[in-house]
Each structure stands twice: as structure tokens, then as C-alpha cells.
Ligand binder design. Structure first.
Ligand code: NAD
Ligand code: TYD
Length: 341
């Protein structure tokens, strides 16, 4: 099997590349990644020498580069590449529109010339918008994206569906909830809290901290993607979730406990504009049709994650140098100053 992965140097992509190389012998895998601030070849250092793995640096929004890589002929593409951080999309939506919408369009254009190529599109629960208390959305719920990031991912999904309908591209869409685990860029909640708390720095809580997310350990997501690759019928859409939404405050408190740090590190800051209060998905369809179920309990996943960041301080230091510092200072200084006023 010859698989093209886009965005394989990012958090979920790098975990997936490693997972797929480990779980099957008969595989050739190409990782096509622009290496934005979020892409890090160090995340794949352990597989870089594997003869079945090939890295190609390129931008999915560059049609010529995309056409060129497709000429190699693939059985499937797993499309992760995206701008992914909601706060950055609020600062400037343009890179999100370019990569997430136009980039996905370019891949679909190339894919429609290869009718047998399966297209696994990695979407997100954020396309549904905020979910009322006590409810979990199924795949039938209306898409109601509420941040520029979510809107760009919903647009990408509409294009994916349109290309399936119009040109018969064999697509499968996976809408997963928040992932956590090793190699996640420390702008997202869990690695940011671990990174700051390790150094006894304040951990910033947006608003009242009672927003809920339905966290899933990244390995469980990778297994769902592999099942979709092997077994999903073209045209299918699947939610992927643990089904256990939890408030941010609980997550942060658990991290502080794991690290033996005091709760006095928690600093309430200005809330995110338009902050989605709650994400919660019903994933019974993928459990029923593909036999998927999460295998890593949240507590165990969090333990593995905190241990990983402790043991990989060098990876963390590298990702937090340069661009990250500028983003952090710009974003959090403004947030806590505004809050004090
Ligand atoms: P990430 O930000 O960690 O990594 C994104 C990767 O895409 C990076 O390696 C980056 O270099 C690459 N990239 C960005 N723009 C590119 C371009 N124009 N051309 C080629 N490569 C480009 O992202 P992640 O958290 O691993 O998310 C991967 C996918 O999963 C995204 O599509 C995201 O929307 C989706 N998703 C993420 C989560 C989550 O909790 N992280 C949950 C559900 C869905
Ligand atoms: P995040 O990891 O950015 O994922 P998303 O917003 O895409 O779900 O944020 C997860 C939750 O944590 C979200 O409710 C926002 C909140 N949050 C904080 O309270 N403080 C922070 O510094 C960050 C990055 C997020």
C-alpha cells in the first residue's frame, strides 16, 4: 500500500505516521508537509531512516507541487495538513482560508484524476459549533462553525463532499474531538499547561474555565483513521470521541496534581472571543460500523502525556523557541492585561 499523508510533521500526523509504519509492514508512506511553525521533523526523528518513509517538503496550496507529488501514484491520502489553532485564527484568518480551504481544494483537484485513490479527510468536532449541556451531537447535526478556524474546516468539508458527489472521489470524513498526547505543539491547552507548570509559570485559564471538551488520546484517533482507511465505505462521515466531556478546570487541576504543582499557578485571564462553551460527540456510528472504541482512559493518557513531556524537555525547548515566544508574549500579555483592566 502506498499512502500520502499531508501534515505528517504536526501533532496528530506524526503520531499517525509512526502508528501506521509500526502497524503494517507492506507500506510505503510519503509525508507532504510545509513545515510551518507547527511542523517539526524532530517529531519523526525515530522513523526518518525507515526506507518505507519519505519526507517531501511542500505546500498543499501550491497546485504544481501537489500535482507533482500525486504523480507518484497512491492508494490513499490521509489529509491532516491545516492551520489548527483557534486563537491564531482569531488574530488572522487568512492562512486558515488559504491552507484549510484552498489547500484542500487543490488536493481534491489532484485526487479526482486518480479515481481509485481513497481520500481520508481529517475534520474536527468544531464544525458543529457549541453543543448544549446534556447533548452529544451525531453525524446528522447541522454544521454551525463559530470560529474562523471552524469555518475554514467546515468549508473544506463541504468541498470534500462536493467532490465526492460531483466527481465520485471516494472520500471518508472523520470528525474527531480534541486530541492530546505526545508531540502536541504547546499552544494547545494540555501541553501549554504542562510546559508552563513544569517551570512554575502561571497557567492561563480563559474565562471561568468551565468550558468542556471531549478529550481523546491521540493513539485512539490514529486507530480510528486506520480503520477508516481499511474498512469505511466511500461517502461515510464518522464522529470520533471518547464521549466523556470534561471542564477545562478539571483538566488543569489534574495536570498540576500529576506534576506536584500548586493550584496557585492558575491564572484566570480574558476569555477567548466567541468561545465555544462545550464540545461533545456521539461516536456510536464508528463503534458500530467499524468496531472502533477508545482504548486509553483519560487518566492513563494524561499520565503518559505528562511523562512524555517531562522526558522530552529538549523537544519542548526547541518548539518553544523563536516564533512560539513571539506568539506567546503577544497573545498572553494582551490577554492578562485586558483582564486586569
Ligand atoms: P498541527 O497544527 O499540530 O500540525 C499541522 C501540520 O500541517 C504541521 O506539520 C504543518 O507544518 C502542516 N501544514 C500546515 N499548513 C500546511 C500547508 N499549507 N501545506 C502542507 N503542510 C501544512 O495540527 P494537528 O493538531 O496535528 O491537527 C491535524 C489535523 O487534525 C488538522 O486537520 C486538524 O484540523 C485536525 N484535528 C485536530 C484536532 C486536535 O485536537 N489537534 C482535533 C480534531 C481534528
Ligand atoms: P485548545 O487546546 O485551544 O483547543 P480548542 O479551542 O480548539 O478546543 O483549547 C481547549 C480549551 O482550553 C478551550 O476551551 C480553550 C481553553 N484554553 C485555556 O483556558 N487557556 C489556554 O491557554 C488555552 C490555549 C486554551
Amino acid at each position: 500500500m502506498k499512502v500520502l499523508v499531508t501534515g505528517g510533521a504536526g501533532f496528530i500526523g506524526s503520531n499517525f505516521v509512526r502508528y501506521l509504519l509500526k502497524s503494517r509492514r507492506d507500506l510505503e508512506l510519503f509525508n507532504f508537509d510545509k513545515l510551518t511553525y507547527a511542523g517539526n521533523p524532530e517529531s519523526l526523528a525515530d522513523v526518518a531512516q525507515d526506507p518505507r518513509y519519505h519526507f517531501v517538503r511542500g505546500d498543499i496550496a501550491d497546485q504544481q507541487a501537489v500535482d507533482q507529488i500525486f504523480e507518484r501514484g497512491f492508494n490513499a491520502i490521509v489529509h491532516f495538513a491545516a492551520e489548527t489553532h483557534v486563537d491564531r485564527s482569531i488574530e488572522d484568518a487568512s492562512p486558515f482560508l488559504k491552507t484549510n480551504i484552498l489547500g484542500t481544494h487543490g488536493l481534491l483537484e489532484a485526487a479526482r484524476r486518480f479515481p481509485a485513490m481513497r481520500f481520508i479527510h481529517i475534520s474536527t468536532d468544531e464544525v458543529y459549533g457549541s453543543v448544549p449541556a446534556g447533548v452529544s451531537f451525531t453525524e446528522e447535526a447541522t454544521l454551525n462553525p463559530r470560529s474562523p478556524y471552524a469555518a475554514s474546516k467546515a468549508s473544506a468539508e463541504h468541498l470534500v463532499t462536493a467532490y465526492a458527489n460531483t466527481y465520485g472521489v471516494p472520500v471518508v470524513i472523520l470528525r474527531c474531538t480534541n486530541n492530546f498526547g505526545p508531540f502536541q505543539f504547546p499552544e494547545k491547552l494540555i501541553p501549554l499547561m504542562i510546559a508552563n507548570a513544569r517551570e512554575d509559570k502561571a497557567v492561563p485559564i480563559y474565562g471561568d474555565g468551565l468550558q468542556e471538551r471531549d478529550w481523546l488520546f491521540v493513539e485512539d484517533h490514529c486507530r480510528a483513521i486506520t480503520l477508516a482507511l481499511d474498512k469505511a465505505k466511500p461517502g461515510s462521515v464518522y464522529n470520533v470521541s471518547s464521549g466523556v466531556p470534561q471542564p477545562n478546570l478539571k483538566i488543569v487541576r489534574t495536570i498540576l496534581q500529576h506534576l506536584g504543582k500548586p493550584e496557585s499557578l492558575m491564572q484566570y485571564v480574558q476569555d477567548r472571543p466567541g468561545h465555544d462553551r462545550r464540545y461533545a460527540l456521539d461516536s456510536s456510528k464508528i463503534r458500530r460500523e467499524l468496531g472502533w472504541a477508545p482504548m486509553v482512559r483519560f487518566e492513563e493518557g494524561l499520565h503518559r502525556t505528562t511523562e512524555w513531556y517531562q522526558a522530552n524537555a529538549m523537544w519542548l525547548d526547541h518548539t518553544r523557541s523563536g516564533e512560539y515566544r513571539k506568539y506567546y508574549d503577544r497573545h498572553y500579555t494582551r490577554r492578562s492585561e485586558t483582564f486586569r483592566i
